[in-house]
Design a protein around this ligand. Structure first.
Ligand code: FAD
Ligand code: NAP
Length: 350
């Protein structure tokens, strides 16, 4: 997505439009590719000495809204490496592409991540919002996260408990956790495949594989590898490709309400979609709320909501962050007016 007009990394005035999947235009005064933890420590120390903290950390740029027109320093995390340690144990560096990693694990007969195929972005960002899809979350497999403190440069490991994984959330999403830059992850994957077909849409696609896979994919004997292909095909059909239509996936989180509140909403809106969670709460399908309020597929001033999945905000006009947030705020207000439910924005805003 880089253009001729872009200047080289490290040089002043680097265009970030090709480094965030919403294609929001913004300038990095310094854009630094970080390839090793040692380099990261040195860069952090020198930025601190020159008063240039905090730097904006970017992986794949698929979960951020850039709200400023200029950023003094951007650190683009590019540390690479995947190490299979046997018995399903694997360590992956933060800068590895997530989908590429999922494919490598399956090739090595390490199972569990197949439902998370084709999620954009880097491995380092994956634990931050505990990426999830089709009933699987990365937090189920992470045994440790290695990270470096932005100020002190200290490196340490966080156990799975310390990561505090929750629905699209973790310790690293909060104010304290944001002080840490993730270097690598340790995962314990399964050595035997156990397909998770709990989501009806995925179960239906699995049952009708010949509608989704090409001839050579249908010949793949490993069922988990084949399921990953079905997940990828479903996602390609349903979600806009950021390279064609800029977007950051789901723009709003599914709101969680208590059971009584859900019953009240059901009385007023009999078709409302909610999924029971452990502990008696209910997860509302935010896409249904947006659709029911009449916003699915709507576009205004270059920003809109996707016609197949109302939860996905699209930015075909490659508008600035302020215009994206302005559009989102109008949707939030309308959903609050219709249903008295608050929609929270999922991507991080800088
Ligand atoms: P970035 O956007 O680069 O960064 C996200 C945040 O993490 C920022 O705050 C950034 O500063 C910080 N960050 C990045 N790397 C590090 C690091 N190493 N250490 C510390 N902080 C860091 N998400 C899901 O959960 N499930 C889905 O199914 C899903 N589908 C998507 C589909 C599409 C089409 C798109 C565009 C997005 C989707 N997402 C989904 C959201 C997104 O892909 C994930 O959140 C992903 O993990 C973001 O990775 P990234 O490298 O692009 O992060
Ligand atoms: P979908 O299958 O149409 O489902 C719509 C919503 O209903 C989803 O938000 C999902 O919640 C929920 N849902 C569906 N079946 C469920 C079940 N059996 N139990 C509990 N919740 C259920 O969603 P989609 O848009 O096609 O996306 C497919 C998967 O990819 C979803 O898991 C979605 O979260 C994930 N995805 C995430 C992003 C992102 O940026 N965060 C973007 C695209 C897709 P959950 O969202 O909790 O799964």
């Amino acid at each position: 997505m880089k253009t001729e007009a872009d200047t080289a990394p490290g040089v002043a005035g680097f265009n970030l439009a090709g480094f965030n999947t919403l294609s929001i235009p913004a300038i990095a005064e310094r854009f630094i590719e970080v390839t090793t933890p040692e380099q990261l420590r040195e860069e952090l120390a020198s930025l601190q000495a020159s008063g240039l903290q905090p730097a904006l950390i970017l992986g794949g740029g698929s979960n951020v809204v850039l709200t400023q027109s200029r950023y003094p320093v951007v650190l683009h995390l590019q540390m690479k490496g995947i190490r299979f340690r046997g018995d399903g144990n694997v360590t992956v560096a933060a800068g590895e592409n997530w989908h590429g990693f999922v494919e490598r694990t399956l090739e090595h007969k390490c199972y569990g991540l197949e439902n998370l195929a084709l999620i954009p972005g880097s491995c380092g960002a994956a634990p931050i919002q505990n990426i999830g899809a089709y009933g699987v979350e990365i937090g189920e497999f992470v045994t440790a996260v290695r990270a470096m403190h932005r100020q002190s440069g200290e490196s340490r490991s966080f156990s799975a408990d310390e990561c505090r994984f929750a629905y699209r959330d973790s310790y690293f999403k909060g104010p304290e956790g944001r002080q840490w830059i993730i270097l690598s992850l340790d995962l314990q994957l399964r050595t035997q495949a156990r397909l998770n077909l709990a989501y009806p849409e995925l179960a239906a696609a699995w049952a009708a594989q010949s509608d989704w896979l090409n001839e050579s994919e249908l010949q793949i004997t490993d069922e988990a590898q084949r399921l990953a292909r079905v997940v990828a095909a479903l996602r390609r059909y349903k979600l806009p490709d950021p390279a064609v239509t800029p977007n950051s996936g789901s723009f709003f989180k599914n709101p969680i309400v208590d059971a009584q509140r859900f019953e009240d909403l059901q009385m007023r809106w009999p078709g409302i979609v909610g999924y029971p969670l452990a502990g008696g709460q209910v997860k509302l399908a935010a896409g249904w709320l947006i659709d029911r309020a009449g916003h699915k597929g709507s576009v205004s001033g270059g920003v809109g909501l996707h016609h197949r999945q109302a939860l996905v905000l699209v930015n075909p006009g490659r508008c600035r962050g302020a215009a994206v947030l302005d559009f989102a705020s109008r949707i939030q207000q309308d959903i609050a007016r219709h249903f008295a439910v608050n929609l929270e924005i999922e991507p991080d805003q800088y």
